[in-house]
Write a protein that binds this ligand. Structure first.
Ligand code: UDX
Length: 435
């Protein structure tokens, strides 16, 4: 059985650690954050993900999963080291690789026998070669090693499921030596005939960015169609349905909304655009996607402000949903941030509710907005309600109760969860996104 160290216990790291342990390896999660490791050792997960706690407990109790803040010791112990640290967006739009390179330095001091270093974090083209060079330059104990690019395609809210049931696994290598070990640690996936794409390091790095940018573009495209439908009086839901039936297009990622957010699409589109500029390559579509998504967030805010004739003083709005999508507490680059800040700027009084993201929202806005205990509490005495995130509990609300407890009658459904008549039957005004 392979001993695997996973450096980083954020989304990618913790999911990989639990997933690899579920596949049967002996896994140690490593993190420099001593307090986080202590919480993990008490059974407390740093993120909310459906099904994750159950799998975590099973693997910890089976002795396949443990956590440690001594990264040097963890590297020395392991046969295989996964890098799962963050690559946030830096000030100039580039991916900030400082955590990656500091891990590479640390690896170079602790490789005490042949080891396979596998990068799971999303990194710009050429990074795996840099990791290899940093390790090779110091390589204190002069041991052999291989660097592998194995990008992760997990979605938040379905992270563990996506790790255990991937559409494909991408493996980038510069020589075949590490492949046997990779086949072993991913054996359940091979048995299930999951497609493995074996390629070189740079191609693997580009695949990750290409996939994310394409999905971001698909969403930006349907959001543009929603803006057009709003103006010409057509229905974007029907447009998307009919488009999706074309096998070449497909129906997924064609749901209009307030603009995509999260930890990946915004960051990755920016990172690839900046990288392409460095290489003098014009990525006109990716650039347009970034701009179009910003426009969509502003458009969503404008929709609300225009309904009140450009002045929100004396207007109270209930915002339902703050996370960048359902089933997560993550608010990174959530459209809710732009929309709430805009309506506050125009003088609105704001009360918010989200099933998971309230703590994050409190640290963002503090006393400048109000926090409700549920959706029915939030809408009381408001002039308008705005659904931003498509949580299941917002999909099946008692609309009559909602409308009756409001002071006004404007119902903004930025995720097109409801139909016009489901709301307008109770005397409210329904405002969707392109419908
Ligand atoms: C994404 C990719 O799906 C994943 O493969 C990658 O590894 C990381 O980025 P994630 O950020 O968790 O995952 O979220 P995802 O479910 O893809 O949604 C991203 C954003 O797009 C959300 O804000 C979501 O609301 C929005 N979205 C998605 C739409 O507005 N419409 C859609 O049709 C789909």
């Amino acid at each position: 059985m392979y001993k695997i160290a996973v450096i980083g216990t954020g989304y990618v790291g913790i999911t990989s650690a639990i997933g690899l342990a579920s596949f049967g390896s002996n896994v140690r999660g490593l993190d420099i954050d001593v307090a986080k490791v202590a919480r993990l050792n008490q059974g407390e997960l740093p993120i909310y993900e459906p099904g994750m706690k159950e799998s975590f407990d099973v693997n910890v109790n089976a002795g396949r999963l443990s956590f440690c803040s001594d990264i040097d010791a963890g590297i020395k112990w392991a046969d295989i080291v996964f890098i799962g640290v963050g690559t946030p967006q830096g000030e100039d739009g580039r991916a900030d690789l400082s955590a990656i390179f500091s891990v590479a330095e640390q690896l170079s001091h602790n490789i005490n026998g042949y080891k396979i270093i596998i990068t799971k974090s999303t990194v710009p083209v050429g990074t795996n070669e840099k990791i290899r060079d940093i390790i090779a330059k110091n390589n204190v104990l002069n041991c052999e090693f291989d660097v592998v690019s194995n990008p992760e395609f997990l979605r938040e809210g379905k992270a563990l499921y996506d790790f255990l049931h991937p559409d494909r696994v991408v493996i980038g290598v510069d020589n075949p030596r590490p492949l046997e070990a990779i086949r072993k640690i991913y054996r359940p996936l091979f048995l299930n005939e999951v497609p493995f794409v074996m390629t070189d390091l740079r191609t693997a790095e580009v695949i990750k960015y290409a996939a994310n940018c394409f999905l971001a573009t698909k969403i930006a495209f349907i959001n543009e169609m929603a803006r057009l439908c709003d103006t010409v009086g057509a229905n974007v839901q029907t447009v998307a349905q009919a488009m999706g039936k074309d096998g070449r297009i497909g129906s997924k990622y064609l749901h209009p909304g307030p603009g995509y957010g999260g930890s990946c699409f915004p960051k990755d589109t920016h990172a690839i655009a900046v990288l392409a500029k460095d290489y003098n390559v014009d990525l006109a579509i990716v650039e347009a996607t970034i701009a179009s998504n910003e426009l969509q967030k502003q458009y969503a805010a404008r929709k609300i402000i225009d309904q009140f004739n450009g002045d929100l003083h004396g207007i109270k709005l209930a915002i339902l949903g703050l996370a960048f999508k359902a089933e997560t507490d993550d608010m990174r680059d959530s459209s809710a941030i732009i929309i709430i800040n805009e309506v506050l700027k125009y003088g609105a009084e704001v009360v918010v509710y989200d099933p998971q993201a309230m703590e994050n929202a409190k640290s963002l806005w503090g006393d400048s907005i109000q926090f409700a205990i549920d959706e029915y509490d939030a809408v009381k005495g408001t002039d308008g309600v705005v659904i931003i995130t498509e949580w299941n509990q917002f999909r099946n609300m008692d609309i009559e109760r909602i409308i009756n407890s409001m002071r006004g009658e404007k119902f903004f459904d930025l995720r097109n969860i409801y139909k016009h008549n489901e709301v307008e039957n109770y005397g409210a005004l329904y405002i969707g996104m392109g419908i």
